[in-house]
Design a protein around this ligand. Structure first.
Ligand SMILES: Cc1cc2nc3c(=O)[nH]c(=O)nc-3n(C[C@H](O)[C@H](O)[C@H](O)COP(=O)(O)O)c2cc1C
Length: 372
């Protein structure tokens, strides 16, 4: 029997685990419905707030880091985009319309508010009446909003995360995922606080604070707006290893909690790695912005091919499969010692053979120590 990509998370039935992450891919009803039409399992709308009049964007607001050897390849992507600048009432109407036309597709409302209980409870109560399937609390946007004590300003403080999630849980009747910022020392502290306050799931990661570069002609940082800039949020290929590490830590710390992983997913094989590290669903923002909504067909094919390769029937068998292979460095050394001893290389181990590697051919010697 062919494997299936269907997953059930917090009681929600996804046709496949691919959601568009909060951002431009879910910025209005038209594009959300287009994504459903093309086969995305779900869509997390662009983050909304009660008063969109406070949200004013700049142009430009994106910048790309290109591969110097192949400038067509975008390695990393920075944005200084804020949350949705579209009126709250318009969003409520659109949520109703989307759910009326696509009752089976999963629509997650990404919400953010100021640090006030009444504001968070009002947005939850008004949005859940529209029929959306779940909430994602944006506690993680790293730029612009922290000036209003929103986004990452909350998410980097586990106490505030616990408090805000608590306010939400008092009134929420739907599954609630808390979206985490990677711009912290310990990635498990805020998820721990969110789960303790009752969150049903964790989404990670939001973007990584960055300065994508300096224009050496003008000596202005980029993206440059009227000659000036601010640090922005980094996403795309370059952030995937950081996202995978943080997902791994969250998955190991909170087994059984629904985990929605993102950060640099462009292919089904990228997504499979997030699942192998414990994710129930995966989200894609930059990968969709750079490849188009149509990439969903290739994403599904790629993920299915990984399941087929291992003879798995469903994502349940892939989920978390790689987690048990993380160990300590001391244990790796011990394992290598044993492996070498078995091959009769005990002497080389004892004398620290690696110390003699570096003779001056640093490029070749680096290659000889590289795994892939
Ligand atoms: C242009 C842009 C706008 C974004 N806007 C939001 C947002 O409104 N709310 C949010 O939670 N995350 C937002 N994000 C973050 C993404 O949802 C995602 O967490 C991050 O980009 C990492 O995933 P990726 O590498 O697939 O883009 C935005 C990202 C980009 C690139």
């Amino acid at each position: 029997m062919a494997p299936t990509l269907q997953v059930t998370v917090n009681g929600m039935e996804f046709d496949n685990p691919f959601l568009l992450a909060s951002g431009p891919p879910g910025t209005n009803a038209r594009v959300i419905m287009k994504s459903f039409e093309l086969g995305w399992g779900g869509n997390v709308c662009k983050t909304i707030s009660l008063d969109a009049s406070k949200v004013i964007n700049t142009n430009p607001r994106y910048a790309k880091l290109r591969d110097p050897g192949n400038p067509k390849t975008v390695i990393g992507f920075e944005n200084i985009e804020l949350i949705s600048d579209r009126p709250f009432e318009t969003w409520l109407e659109e949520f109703r319309e989307i759910k009326r036309r696509y009752p089976k597709h999963i629509l997650v409302a990404s919400i953010m508010e100021e640090y006030r209980k009444e504001a968070w409870q009002e947005i939850v109560e008004r949005v859940q009446e529209t029929g959306v399937d779940a909430f994602e609390l944006n506690l993680s946007c790293p730029h612009g909003l922290p000036e209003r004590k929103m986004g990452m300003a909350m998410g980097e403080n586990p106490e505030i995360v616990g408090e805000v999630v608590g306010w939400v849980m008092e009134v929420a009747k739907l599954p609630v995922w808390a979206k985490m910022t990677p711009n912290v020392g310990s990635i498990t502290a805020a998820p721990g606080a969110a789960i303790k306050s009752g969150a049903h799931g964790i989404s990670a990661i939001n973007t990584i604070l960055s300065v994508i570069g300096v224009d050496l002609t003008s000596l202005r940082p980029m993206p440059t707006v009227e000659g000036y800039s601010v640090p922005g949020g980094y996403s795309g290929h370059a952030v995937r290893p950081i996202a995978l590490r943080q997902i791994m830590e969250i998955a190991r710390a909170f087994p059984g909690t629904a985990l929605s992983g993102m950060g640099g997913i462009y292919t089904g094989e990228d997504a499979a790695q997030f699942v192998a590290l414990g994710c129930n669903t995966v989200q894609v923002c930059t990968g969709a912005m750079l490849q188009g909504y149509e990439v969903i067909s290739a994403l599904k094919e790629g993920l299915l091919s990984v399941l087929e390769q291992h003879g798995f029937d469903s994502l349940d068998q892939l989920r978390g499969a790689a987690l048990k292979y993380f160990s300590t460095h001391a244990n790796l050394v011990e394992r290598q010692k044993e492996a070498k001893a078995k091959k009769g290389l005990a002497k080389a181990v004892a004398s620290g053979a690696d110390a003699t590697t570096w003779q001056g051919d640093i490029k070749g010697e680096t290659d000889s120590l590289t795994a892939n």
